[in-house]
Design a protein around this ligand. Structure first.
Ligand SMILES: [Cu+2]
Length: 268
């Protein structure tokens, strides 16, 4: 049983640095906040500066006198009609804004890239500690196969706090398995497998969707993801042996789960 804390502990390199730590969900949350805060900051600076200039160079009603250039008063640096504004300061402002933008953009690229390298990095846990579940997409649903051969259609059960590795593939066309709340997403491609790891930190029921337009039933192609207390999960798992769960409403479920069992047998 591994907690989020132990995952962080084995990655000391990122412990005190600027790169995020924790599960995928934590990392993506941090990226989201950094981009939101920086974007808001830049937006506020640009908009405040725009209003400042709009106010500073507002029409004071002295337009008629400004035509001959002699009565321009306080706003002496105001461009006249037809004159291109220089920006003032001998290009200093232009240089400063370019330099600042470059620094911000390059740091963001470097930081995001480093962060994604961390997310995509080789697993930090031993293979034995990972619960591997095979996910098979079909038009239009999901079949999950557990290490003991148990197959469930439409419901994925995982224990809280344990690292789960999804091995995702498809029986027919391209699909994409995603659980937005857990920040998990993986392509489901026929003839290939894609893996995705996650460590659910809270129990609850989440929804998985298909994220690759795959036909008329695409928008109904959902699955339930139940994150259970580890003890509850163990108890449930003990009883699964190799019998299969079938959804109550789908008429095609029997044939599809039969296919799942057959293909799993062949693959292993
Ligand atoms: Cu699909």
């Amino acid at each position: 049983m591994h907690t989020v804390g132990s995952v962080v502990a084995v990655v000391p390199l990122h412990g005190e640095g600027i790169l995020p730590t924790g599960t995928r969900a934590d990392v993506f949350r941090e990226i989201f906040w950094v981009f939101l805060l920086l974007g808001t900051l830049v937006g506020v600076v640009v908009i405040v500066y725009m209003f400042y200039n709009a106010y500073k160079y507002r029409d004071g009603g002295a337009r008629a006198g400004a035509v001959d250039g002699r009565e321009r008063g306080a706003a002496d640096d105001r461009p006249t009609l037809g004159e291109l504004p220089t920006g003032g300061g001998g290009g200093r402002k232009l240089f400063l804004s370019f330099a600042l933008s470059t620094v911000i953009v390059i740091s963001l690229i470097a930081w995001t890239y480093g962060t994604l390298l961390y997310v995509e990095a080789a697993p930090t846990e031993q293979e034995d500690d990972v619960l591997e579940i095979r996910v098979e997409a079909y038009q239009f649903g999901w079949a999950f196969t557990y290490p003991n051969g148990h197959t469930a259609d439409g419901t994925l059960r995982v224990p809280q706090g344990e690292t789960v590795e999804l091995v995702v593939t498809s029986r027919d066309v391209f699909h994409n398995f995603g659980i937005p709340e857990l920040r998990v997403k993986a392509d489901a491609i026929p003839g290939q497998t894609t893996t995705a790891r996650f460590t659910p930190s809270e129990t609850g029921t989440y929804q998985a969707n298909c994220y690759e337009l795959c036909g008329a039933g695409h928008s109904y192609m959902t699955a339930e993801v139940v994150v259970m207390e580890p003890d509850d999960y163990e108890r449930w798992y003990e009883n699964t042996a190799s019998n299969s769960e079938t959804p109550s409403n789908a008429t095609t479920a029997n044939s599809t789960t039969a296919n799942a069992s057959a293909s799993v047998g062949g693959d292993r």
